[in-house]
Design a binder for this molecule. Sequence first.
Ligand code: TXA
Ligand code: MG
Length: 347
Amino acid sequence: MCEKHINTKVVNYPDKEGMAEAAKLIREGKLVAFPTETVYGLGANALMANAAEKVYAAKGRPSDNPLIIHLANAEDAKKYCEVTGEFERLAKAFTPGPLTVVMKKKDIIPSTVTGGLDTVAVRIPSHAAARELITLAGVPIAAPSANLSGRPSTTSADHVISDMLGRIDMIIDGGGCDIGLESTIVAIVGENKLKMLRPGAVTLEMLRNEGFEVTLDKAVTEKLSEGEKPAAPGMKYRHYAPVSPVTLIDACDEKRVEFMAKFIGDSSVALVCFEEDVTIKNAKNAVVLGRKDDLAAQAHKLFALLRAFDEKSEIKQIYAPLPDKSGIGLAIFNRMLKASGYSVIRP
Ligand code: TXA
Ligand code: MG
């Protein structure tokens, strides 16, 4: 991991001079964190191999875990990869927005950016700051989530400051991220056929409603056995986990609340619950994720909540409900399952 020796400048979006300076830094191969509608990204010039190397070093990320390239317009994708009709349909329906599409890469994208793969992941973000930065820089921006490897992604500039100060050249503070979970990733695997590699705010249901046949990579919902490889290399790494163990409770609300109630007086146990869990939510060690049916609010809050646990050293165990898998719930389920290291109990 690189030393923390860089003087990191923090600018507020939309500071005109700050944005121009950020774009210049990107062009020169420096690192700039910026807000997107999903999570903050750690941006670098996607056409420079050594800028990508700096990204891996700043995050402490294994260099076989490829980066997503961010473009201002879907039409630009053909400069960097082999575009198909499926991509054009996806772009029309869902971009700019929280969708990433994996396609065969062209030589202009260095293999350092793609972790040695012959494919590249492309995303067209909708956040105004991200779009402005890409346009001003005039180059595609390679950007993983702006967190230290293994930690939850960053959904506010404060999170980025806490992980990246001293490791990167600039942070653009654009406030909190709307969605709060990373983009949906799909690979185009055949005519009209997609494979979802990571769930996000563009849901399985939404993709199927557009007429696509969509399968789910096994790594989204299950622990892979030794030697099995996920289609998105990043899905194999331990991720999102707070220092204290997280255990998910697979039970109906009544049974789950009954189980959690046993720990109300125990300050070493944190209880993640819903607004509706009246007997649990006012306990000192309870953390409310949101209303049970408000999956967007839960997604928005999840990473901040997971990060906050690491600031409370008295917490030795975290219990949380096993999320519902419909809509964006599948993305919440996937991140929580990883945060728990696949630890699920049925009381
Ligand atoms: O919302 C997002 O996608 C955010 C913002 C900043 O855009 N970015 C993000 O990047 O989440 P990152 O690097 O944290 O996650 C990218 C994931 C990793 O799991 C990686 O393995 C996968 O995308 N990926 C990247 N390129 C790929 C490729 N060519 N084939 C398969 N998976 C790929
Ligand atoms: Mg990430």
